[in-house]
Ligand binder design. Structure first.
Ligand code: ZN
Ligand code: ZN
Length: 244
């Protein structure tokens, strides 16, 4: 405690997003407060009703069970999407910071926000493992801090579910997807992942974690691969989904 107080004196806790150093005094112990009140309010979605199949925002009275008008025709290998908010404004800025080489603290803070905001959805089912969407090992060499894994690690810690970094592997280099259409993305991602030899996921419920869900092509391919290895149910947890 004394050491924490001394550190706060030397390095006053700052908001990870806006760098404001006026975090609330009562709970501004190092490591416990990540965002100032303003940023915290902006990171939380104004409405929480979302399509549970694709994460798209829904009106307050729309049922979230069977997919929305945006995803009803899509065939996804995953069963559910749990997300904090939409990839825009402050949450977009925060996600971009989490992707940077020094973004580990931001990644952990966003994962923590996700657990708090979606505790009900995340604890209503029992997961056998948390599986980060993997990156190609060559890309990993160049980038030791990887947002999907940082977020997955924190979710695993908070939910007390085993982190399985080894079962899913990216076996093929895929191009940057930013300018590809949804159909192109599916083709690019097809066969991108593999499971380690003799991995038996029979009957398991898995929580696949990524930072952002854009068209769902990557999550679909990861889920498809895990189901081929026997998984029964795959739920995708992301910080943000692209706005429709
Ligand atoms: Zn702030
Ligand atoms: Zn939907």
């Amino acid at each position: 405690m004394l050491a924490d107080a001394a550190l706060d004196f030397v390095y006053p806790p700052r908001c990870l997003l806006c760098d404001d150093d006026t975090l609330p005094g009562s709970n501004a112990t190092r490591g416990h407060v990540s965002f100032c009140g303003d940023c915290h309010a902006k990171l939380r979605p104004a409405t929480t009703n979302a399509c549970c199949r694709c994460g798209a925002p829904l009106g307050p009275y729309s049922p979230s069970g069977e997919g929305c008008t945006l995803c009803i025709r899509e065939r996804f290998a995953f069963d559910q999407v749990i997300r904090l908010g939409l990839y825009r404004d402050e949450l977009r800025a925060a996600c971009l910071m989490a992707k940077s080489p020094t973004g580990a603290l931001m990644g952990r803070a966003l994962a923590s926000e996700l657990v708090t905001a979606q505790r009900e959805a995340l604890t209503a089912q029992t997961f056998d493992a948390v599986v980060p969407v993997p990156e190609h090992w060559l890309k990993r060499l160049a980038r030791p801090q990887y947002a999907a894994e940082t977020i997955a690690r924190e979710l695993s810690r908070r939910l007390k579910v085993h982190l399985a970094t080894g079962i899913l592997a990216k076996q093929r280099w895929t191009p940057k997807q930013a300018h590809s259409s949804p159909a192109e993305r599916r083709i690019q991602q097809h066969g991108a992942f593999g499971t380690l030899k003799r991995t038996n996921l029979h009957g398991q419920t898995l929580l696949v974690v990524d930072d952002i869900l854009t068209t769902g092509a990557t999550a679909h391919e990861a889920a498809r691969t895990l189901k081929r290895a026997g998984a029964k149910r795959v739920v995708v947890a992301v910080i943000a989904v692209s706005p429709p």
